[in-house]
Design a protein around this ligand. Sequence first.
Ligand SMILES: Nc1ncnc2c1ncn2[C@@H]1O[C@H](COP(=O)(O)OP(=O)(O)OP(=O)(O)O)[C@@H](O)[C@H]1O
Length: 540
Amino acid sequence: MPRGRRGGRVSALEGGPEEAAAPAPAPAAGVSQLQPPAAAAQTLLRGIFEIRRSSCDVVLSERALRWRPIVPERPAGDSKCDVQCKEEFIEVKDIFSVKLKRRYSAKQQGNGTLLGITLFICLKKEQNKLKDSTLDLINLSEDHCDVWFKQFKKILAGFSNRPKSLKVILNPQSHKKEATQIYHEKVEPLLRVAGIKTDVTITEYEGHALALLKECELQEFDGVVCVGGDGSASEVAHALLLRAQKNAGKETESILTPVRAQLPLGLIPAGSTNVLAHSLHGIPHVVTATLHIIMGHVQPVDVCTFSTTGKLLRFGFSAMFGFGGRTLALAEKHRWMSPNQRRDFAVMKALAKLKPEDCEISFLPLISSHDLEERKAEGSPKSDCNDQWQTIQGQFLNVSIMAIPCLCSVAPRGLAPNTRLNNGSMALIIARNTSRPEFIKHLKRYAGVKNQFNFPFVETYTVGEVKVRPRNNSGYSLEEDGLHAAASENSFPWNVDGDLMEAKSEVQVKLHPRLINLYGGSTEEMNDSQGTCWSSCRER
Ligand SMILES: Nc1ncnc2c1ncn2[C@@H]1O[C@H](COP(=O)(O)OP(=O)(O)OP(=O)(O)O)[C@@H](O)[C@H]1O
């Protein structure tokens, strides 16, 4: 029974004062550079566990858990030892749960046989992906494991930014109706392991999330999670922001300076398009999104208000007018088709009927950070806005106004690659009237990585506010496209985060920096990451 023998060896060391503060052994030659920056942190516990079938000397400090296989000394010294003795470590901040590991047999009653401790870890993988993993620390001694278990629990309790209770809103109709399955198979098990309490509402109709969040008690929750696509995510974000205005005693009809949402929002991608989750996490990956929520990674994100004649229509993150709005209007009229089918059909139909919108577009340009620095150096006012509205008029095929990069499968760098989640500006991308083949070329360019906007008919601006005023009062009629559907008279379709918004006249889009916190890590930071210390240690 090798495990028993190892357990016996451990018990010789366990429980005594040496467990709490023994000096760390000198690192083997060539290993010291593997030490994380926290190497000097105070040792909390030291003991012996079996890890991946090797008996290891294990040291827990405030910042990291390190282990090194114990190899019998060889009288003549042996370079092989260097390889075998290499230290590995995980950072304590990557642990999201700890459990006692037990074996249960059919005949056994009670708690089962203690085998050790299991740590649940969040690993960074390639392409912004996060993955859950476990690390077993095997030791059969109840007392030994109890000391370590309590210490891990204490450390985890110190992560006050991690949610303990979440309100979950799930749209069972998203995409091909798989949101419920995704939640139960991939999300809920991880939330359970992390000890997070959940209260799940399955939406029954469009607008249910909005109605629910208007009234429901939210005090007991640390955050809200939406399982669905962009339409659901945007509805929940809008609802949280409306709720915050109401709580702050603000008039919700005409908001000039909205207050921030009180609770962070987590987005689990389960829709036909998952642009919001994709932009937030750099990848539309359910486990990644769930782990960001569990780890309490929070990002402040810029939000826009959409208003007409001074009245707030809604909050949102991105909008398209013209081709983007018409395509969505067509797709919505064909909900009976599968998501991919209706998207392709709508794009083809809108391209076939391609026609420009006669509009006036006014915008407030923002000064780039480079120019701002120059201004500061010259002692000019610090404002990043030049307060000078600019106006352009003409025939436009599409107008995109985006506060976030809008990453999606057809545009891996995003529909607005030059903006960031919280850089305090929006991208205004205008496609003026051109031939259909040229416009298609422009659309196809999104699939590449560069020169998306390198066309004579495309203009891009960095702005803080935009007003779009259609000059043709006849509005948009779906009947024109032979669909015989009742479109609202004199209204124009806007695509706001994948949701259809109809507006009769001028729409004003205003950016509000960092208005909502979303659960997610910084994608820049994640892209830079070279993987966890643990995995990099193992690869060396
Ligand atoms: N039970 C329901 N029945 C019908 N519609 C619903 C229901 N629950 C929510 N909705 C509405 O469905 C709309 C679209 O849902 P969602 O965005 O989740 O999925 P999707 O359309 O497949 O994805 P995407 O918007 O990313 O293309 C949302 O605006 C939401 O209000």
